[in-house]
Design a protein around this ligand. Structure first.
Ligand code: FES
Length: 320
């Protein structure tokens, strides 16, 4: 896996708050002492650790060269579990908030050609990617869809590029993004980056099956749907470093069992999307149930996310 683990715990202050679009607030977070924030690269996100107990991931969408502030865009999700509502209702200018980051599960690989596809608030990780591609002298294009122009954040930053590198697809004017036209045939030396709602991600994944392995990069902030685990019963995990063997019953995650045994392990989302609990696998077959690894990475079977993934064999040996 490609997750980078250089995150730190910080208490940051909301320095400014603006309306990014209908239902979207854009926050700028700074260290209250004015200290520089850790370096980050396009694709990175942070965890907001909300006082109501929820942890939420948001992509950094500002300029990585500006170490004085981190910028995030947050869509209010009325059907959500309260994370985005808290951000919208409580995080006003001056409020301090616990943050962990940056972590990058969606790094921008070097390429001469990029196709960026963003749906709604999925534009956030793509913005610094566009700037990086431009700075590197690469060819790039963005296809940006949303319900309507009013709901699409950061349009003002794209005005000059619209019609050339940027194609807008407000659904109420032009319908859905025509993925067949954009991705119908694999293009040489081209990588595709997509972030957005699950139906868009699935449609792009389907369209890219004929593209070379590794050409498509997606980022999910809500977990994929999985059916029943491969193993219905309990299984064992041997923790090679701690020298323990533990039994994981069907109703518990490996993470829960490991924590109960007193072995310290970092975790955040507990739903297989953030990458924090990544654990090297030394032996055994994994039933991968995360929303991060590509099929090739899953097949390599050398890493897993123990908050959701389980064993596909009687015993796993983990580097823990
Ligand atoms: S805690 Fe987020 S992937 Fe496991």
């Amino acid at each position: 896996m490609h997750t980078t683990h250089d995150e730190v715990d910080l208490k940051l202050q909301v320095a400014s708050r603006t309306e990014g679009a209908e239902g979207v607030v854009v926050l700028e977070l700074r260290d209250p002492s004015g200290a520089d924030l850790p370096a980050w690269a396009p694709g990175a996100h942070l965890d907001l650790e909300l006082p109501n107990g929820l942890t939420r991931q948001y992509s950094l969408c500002g300029d990585p060269n500006d170490r004085s502030a981190w910028r995030i865009g947050v869509l209010r999700e009325p059907e959500g579990r309260g994370g985005s509502a808290y951000v919208h209702d409580e995080l006003t200018a001056g409020v301090e908030i616990d943050v962990r980051g940056p972590r990058n599960n969606f790094p921008l690989v070097s390429s001469p050609h990029y196709v960026f596809i963003a749906g709604g608030i999925g534009i956030t990780p793509i913005l610094p990617m566009m700037a990086a591609a431009e700075a590197a002298g690469a060819e790039w294009e963005l296809h940006y869809g949303g319900r309507s122009r009013r709901s699409m954040a950061f349009l003002e930053s794209m005005e000059e590029l619209t019609g050339t590198r940027v194609t807008l697809h407000p659904q109420d004017e032009v319908g859905l993004i025509d993925l067949e036209a954009i991705l119908g045939a694999p293009r040489p030396d081209t990588v595709v980056y997509c972030c957005g709602p699950e139906p868009l991600l699935q449609a792009v994944e389907k369209q890219c099956v004929t593209w070379p392995d590794g050409a498509l990069h997606v980022e999910r902030f809500s977990p994929k749907e999985f059916g029943e685990p491969l193993l219905q019963g309990a299984f064992e995990v041997e923790l090679a470093t701690s020298g323990m063997t533990l039994t994981v019953p069907p109703d518990k995650s490996i993470l829960e069992v490991v924590e109960e045994a007193g072995v310290p392990v970092l975790s955040s989302c507990q739903e297989g999307t953030c990458g924090t609990c990544e654990t090297p696998v030394l032996e055994g077959e994994v039933d991968h149930r995360d929303s991060l690894l590509t099929p090739a990475e899953q097949e390599a079977n050398d890493t897993m996310f123990i908050c959701v993934s389980r064993a596909a064999c009687p015993k796993l040996v983990l580097e823990l």
